[in-house]
Design a protein around this ligand. Structure first.
Ligand SMILES: Nc1ncnc2c1ncn2[C@@H]1O[C@H](COP(=O)(O)OP(=O)(O)OP(=O)(O)O)[C@@H](O)[C@H]1O
Length: 610
């Protein structure tokens, strides 16, 4: 029920489209019935021999809609027949039936027309919502595994919702009306025969659905088995050396043959069931029809109180044969909604995820840094795992502090606390004595530039990559930034200069070129604070020199935190903080730390520096 309500809410966000879809569906149902029911007077007219000799009399409204409309139609036909003769009457009936079919299909098309607009608008809305939310999710959401999961939620799960939108519209507003009207018409023609049909119909439906379910189960087992067969092939191809070396070919062959045989049996069984379902469907359909023909025929032959005329009987069969469609549609749509429930839950999990990083209720204005960035007795945990343990240090305005330490010692985590990618578990990060949580996140991040280890470039022009986050920058400003970053020259040499598209993640550029574009981006942003996650990737000497030079220009006069992997590059830092397992173990400048002969000195000698 909750699922229906939510899908309903998404759907009726587009009231006009939803109402038009329902309206046209309603007309479709009506004209579907009319087009079928019109056959009755048609047959009556064709097969009846007593043509009116006197002008027929119009029926009087007796409060029964079915009776009156049927009588009125008969009256109209008889009158037409009386005035125009048999042939013209036949033509007239053909044209009316054709018109009813035309209208039925026209309304069906119009319903689908609005429904398509509606379902795609809902899909667009949900994708927009998830995407916007994605940008606000906590950083822990962006692990590789979760990225794939998020993509599948945005594609497969959203598609399920799209199907559910149609399901809700049909399940609530179309099919029950269709069934109700059809059954009313059948009951009007013959309550006894309707009763008989409702006894045999579920019986055959039950048999058909059992076969369908069993077919699905075997087909799924067959698919799973196919997966196993393929995994044996993959495993074998990957491990062929070991298989040969251990003389295990026979064993592997036996394993494969067994899996392959099982697959063959399952698929054969699937084919058998599938091949059986079509003749069985037809046979059961014929069975149901013949039961109705038998009982209906008996009623007609008995001629008791004009209960059912021959043509009504034929009309009954025609209309009854159409009843299965809405019933099947109801069953299918209930299934679709069940599938959508799972997808909706998965989508809601993303939409309802707590954003964790919030703006303060009464933010202070952030006017940049005047004195220092200070880390005060910081502790931080990822879940239960504490990775930063009582760390304190400060970076005076315009100075550079380097964080060094082994991999996993907490350098990146510490730098992530400054732009509030995460918030501290205890302690505080302050700028000029004010806790950064008192500022608006956007204001704070505006003054922080990040150049990360891996250059993050987008599949766009070089110009737009440099101007990323700064779309109003003029070409002159972009070029000036690129010049400072030692990038202008190589950009000019590209086929289309600044307008060159750099490919997915910038794969058309070398490592050093990508870094210089990232640096130009940071220069253009002109932040007061800089976080530099220094590249470890090997650059050739020339390229490294250009990058290093660009970085130095970027850092001059800025307050910088540098995560250093190559210690040669942090010699000139004002202070070096040496971390181990989330704790500060040494601090000082390069010479002081070397003199201490501690961890830093050991790390330096490992890198061939001392
Ligand atoms: N998103 C995360 N979720 C859980 N644990 C994490 C996450 N990111 C890092 N860690 C853990 O936190 C600890 C510190 O990691 P961090 O990336 O800060 O170290 P680092 O010194 O920057 O390492 P490297 O030099 O390899 O980048 C490590 O034990 C790491 O496994």
């Amino acid at each position: 029920m909750k699922t229906i309500r939510e899908i309903y809410r998404y759907t009726f966000h587009y009231k006009v489209q939803a109402i038009l879809t329902i309206f046209y569906n309603f007309l479709f149902v009506i004209f579907n019935l009319v087009s079928l029911a019109l056959f009755v007077p048609f047959l009556e007219l064709i097969f009846s021999n007593d043509f009116p000799e006197t002008a027929p009399v119009a029926p009087v409204w007796d409060g029964n809609f079915f009776d009156y409309s049927s009588d009125y139609y008969t009256y109209y036909m008889e009158n037409y027949l009386f005035v125009n003769g048999q042939e013209k009457a036949l033509l007239f009936i053909c044209i009316s039936v054709l018109s009813a079919f035309f209208l039925k299909n026209l309304f069906r098309y119009l319903a689908i027309y609005h429904q398509s607009q509606l379902r795609m608008a809902v899909v667009r809305d949900i994708r927009d919502t998830i995407f916007s939310k994605t940008l606000r999710l906590p950083m822990s959401f962006y692990s590789e595994e979760k990225k794939g999961d998020l993509m599948s939620r945005m594609s497969t799960d959203v598609n399920e919702i799209e199907i559910a939108v149609v399901a809700v519209l049909q399940l609530i507003f179309r099919d029950p009306i269709d069934v109700l009207l059809t059954v009313s018409l059948l009951l009007y023609w013959s309550p006894e025969l309707t009763l008989v049909s409702f006894v045999v119909l579920p019986l055959s439906a039950f048999v058909i659905s059992r076969i369908g379910k069993s077919l699905k189960r075997t087909a799924r087992e067959g698919q799973d088995q196919m997966g196993r067969v393929f995994s044996i092939i993959e495993e074998t191809l990957g491990g062929i050396r070991i298989i040969k070396a251990f003389n295990a070919s026979e064993m592997v062959r036996g394993k494969f043959a067994k899996a392959n045989l099982r697959h063959q049996k399952l698929i054969t069984s699937t084919f058998r069931k599938r091949d059986l379902s079509s003749p069985l469907n037809e046979f059961l359909g014929a069975f149901v029809m013949l039961v109705i023909v038998y009982f209906g025929g008996k009623i007609v032959l008995s001629g008791e109180g004009n209960q059912l005329t021959g043509s009504q009987f034929l009309g009954f069969i025609i209309v009854f044969s159409q009843l299965l469609r809405p019933i099947q549609s109801i069953a299918q749509n209930i299934g679709n909604l069940q599938k959508a429930k799972v997808s909706l839950d998965r989508i809601n999990q993303v939409i309802d995820t707590d954003e964790v990083i919030h703006d303060p209720i009464d933010p202070l204005d952030f006017n940049g840094i005047k004195e220092a960035v200070v880390y005060n007795d910081i502790c931080f945990s990822y879940g239960d795992q504490q990775v930063i343990n009582h760390v304190s240090f400060s970076v005076p305005r315009g100075r550079t502090v380097a964080l060094v330490g082994e991999s996993g010692s907490g350098k990146s985590t510490l730098s992530d606390l400054l732009p509030r990618f995460y918030d501290v578990s205890s302690g505080s990060v302050c700028i000029d004595g004010v806790d950064i949580r008192r500022f608006r996140v956007e204001d704070l991040r505006k003054e922080i530039g990040i150049v990360s280890q891996e250059s993050i470039l987008f599949n766009d022009t070089i110009r737009n990559n440099i101007a990323f986050g700064n779309p109003d920058a003029s070409l002159e400003q972009i070029q000036a930034a690129a010049r400072i970053a030692n990038a202008h020259e190589f950009i000019e040499q590209q086929e289309q200069g600044y307008e060159t598209i750099i490919g997915d993640r910038g794969n058309k550029l070398s490592g050093g070129q990508k870094q210089r574009i990232s640096i130009a981006r940071a220069i253009l942003k002109d932040p007061q604070i800089l976080i530099l996650d220094e590249a470890t990737s090997a650059l050739d000497t020339e390229s490294e020199k250009l990058v290093q030079d660009a970085l130095e220009k970027l850092m001059s006069n800025r307050t910088s935190i540098v995560i250093a992997h190559r210690l040669s590059t942090v010699r000139h830092a004002d202070e070096i903080i040496v971390l181990q397992k989330g704790e500060v173990v040494e601090r000082g400048n390069h010479d002081e730390l070397i003199a201490k002969k501690g961890l830093y000195q050991r790390l330096c000698s490992l890198q061939g520096l001392s």
